[in-house]
Design a protein around this ligand. Structure first.
Ligand code: SF4
Ligand code: SF4
Length: 221
């Protein structure tokens, strides 16, 4: 899932300062799963904004809406009519959702309520960890299912940097060394021969740094 967290109230209050009639739009996808922008969080944020405004002696009218997904035109289209009259929309989706709603509603500001953090997993209650950087060239079959790009602090593709100590990364002693995890996993799988193979240099020009990426599936058109 995409993991996000809500911006701090002072930042949100500053963002909403010019407006007195807004819609808060949540998303039932990833941000519901990571408890940042689902229906419950929309209701909570709405109540907090109203309270903050009341304390300043200024009222604000808020409409609460939660879409199935803000990254899908079918659901984004349903906002039409619902956000009429709102001076701004505060989106509680990830950055993709915020931008996609903005692309569909050109004459109303679409503001981000969240900071989008990473693609990750729920490690425990209230704990999320990064697992994937969407590099576009998955190598998990070669590395025992541990991503060297997301899990190694230097995104090294061919073994550790040499700074690993007691299984921890030299960048941060609280973080497991990604390459230690890879070697441990390959050992457990009896696949350490993979470790001897040299991974080809990633073509970042097409995989990540060549501008916004796009995917076409002719079979689904
Ligand atoms: S808009 Fe973002 S948070 Fe919502 S479902 Fe799509 S990717 Fe996930
Ligand atoms: S110590 Fe391990 S995780 Fe940290 S940068 Fe070096 S190889 Fe990567």
């Amino acid at each position: 899932m995409i993991v996000a967290e809500r911006k701090e109230m002072p930042d949100l209050e500053a963002m909403l300062e010019p407006y007195s009639k807004i819609a808060i739009v949540g998303c039932k996808g990833c941000v519901t799963v990571c408890s940042a922008g689902g229906r419950k969080e929309v209701d909570l944020l709405s109540a907090q904004i109203k309270l903050a405004r009341r304390e300043k002696g200024r009222d604000i009218e808020i409409k609460e809406i939660t879409l199935e997904r803000q990254c899908d035109p079918e659901y984004v289209a349903t906002l039409k009519g619902q956000i009429d009259g709102a001076e701004a929309v505060l989106s509680m989706a990830c950055g993709a959702g915020v931008q996609f709603v903005a692309e569909h509603y050109a004459t109303i500001p679409i503001l981000p309520a969240l900071n989008t953090r990473f693609i990750g997993v729920a490690e425990a209650s209230g704990e999320w960890g990064e697992r994937c950087q969407a590099c576009g060239a998955c190598k998990l079959h070669l590395t025992g299912g541990v991503c060297p790009i997301a899990r190694c602090s230097k995104s090294l593709l061919n073994g550790p940097c040499g700074g690993s100590m007691n299984g921890k990364c030299e960048i941060n002693s609280n973080v497991p060394c990604g390459w230690q995890l890879i070697v441990d996993r390959l050992t457990a799988l009896n696949m350490l021969d993979q470790y001897e193979k040299i991974a080809e240099i990633n073509d970042w020009s097409t995989n990540r740094d060549g501008g916004p990426r796009h995917l076409t599936r002719e079979d689904l058109k």
